[in-house]
Design a protein around this ligand. Structure first.
Ligand code: F6R
Length: 245
């Protein structure tokens, strides 16, 4: 694990944007895995700025998002599709057919998961996957469990995640209880992984991910086994790391 600690969240997000930009510049037809949530928003702003400055061309880029709520249509303002259109895709020159987000309205969600896996394979796999981390150590919507999930699947969200995401909805009762998510195995097959983590409320999860033995009780800990992973932290998110072992 390559771990970098920045003074503040803006600098950490800038570093994440630079790593994505570098991937696209070195391989214009790159396949990029993307995340939603509050953390990556400033990184997406920076990518839009670089695009407007003429540095980045998205015309040959393909993207795969980590996850989507089950039961929310893409035009619902809390769907991850809506989030991605608003923060990135509507602002860069990516081809609509190159955008992939699990279909939260699929009549057969299990088949939708299988076809998502196939689509990733057909594109030759993911070059760079951007991740965040949940307070409980989740990556994508892979919640703490007894075993790592191998592929894209339907997940039941934990109460902790529902409560954490309620800030985006009118109330926690409105947060969907299920989602479609890439599996831990899907994520681990990405050729490189960049995780962006900011804020003290993530410090304990960061500590478990980095300092404790690999275990599905902290899904992010599996990243210790990836050959090319960079963890970008602001200093509040790094505060518990000095208690490592
Ligand atoms: C989002 C995702 C989640 C988030 C995590 C952190 O696509 O897969 O794992 O990265 O829940 O969310 P924020 O950034 O809102 O704290």
């Amino acid at each position: 694990m390559n771990i970098r600690v920045f003074e503040n969240d803006r600098q950490a997000a800038q570093a994440a944007a630079c790593m994505i930009a570098a991937q696209i510049l070195s391989k214009p037809a790159a396949v990029i895995g993307l995340a939603t949530g509050g953390t990556p928003v400033p990184a997406y702003q920076e990518l839009v700025r670089l695009t407007n400055a003429g540095v980045l061309d998205w015309s040959r880029v393909t993207t795969f998002n980590l996850d989507e709520y089950l039961g929310l249509p893409g035009d619902h303002d809390q769907s991850f599709k809506y989030f991605m259109m608003k923060h990135l895709f509507n602002k860069v020159n990516i081809a609509p057919e190159s955008i992939h987000i699990p279909d939260g309205m699929a009549a057969d969600p299990t088949e939708a998961c299988m076809s998502y896996e196939r689509a990733i394979r057909e594109q030759g796999g993911i070059d760079l996957q951007l991740l965040g981390i949940g307070r409980n150590g989740h990556i994508g919507f892979n919640e703490p469990a007894d075993a790592f999930s191998p592929i894209t699947h339907v997940v039941d969200l934990t109460e902790d995640t529902i409560e954490a995401n309620a800030r985006f909805f009118a109330s926690s009762a409105d947060v969907p209880r299920q989602a479609l998510s890439m599996g831990v195995g899907t994520i681990m097959q990405a050729r490189s992984i960049v995780m962006l983590v900011t804020g003290t409320e993530k410090a304990r999860a960061v500590r478990s991910m980095i300092c404790e033995p690999v275990s599905p009780s902290c899904p992010a800990s599996v990243l210790q086994l990836h050959a090319n992973v960079t963890i970008l932290l602001d200093s509040p998110a790094a505060t518990a790391m000095n208690h490592c072992r």
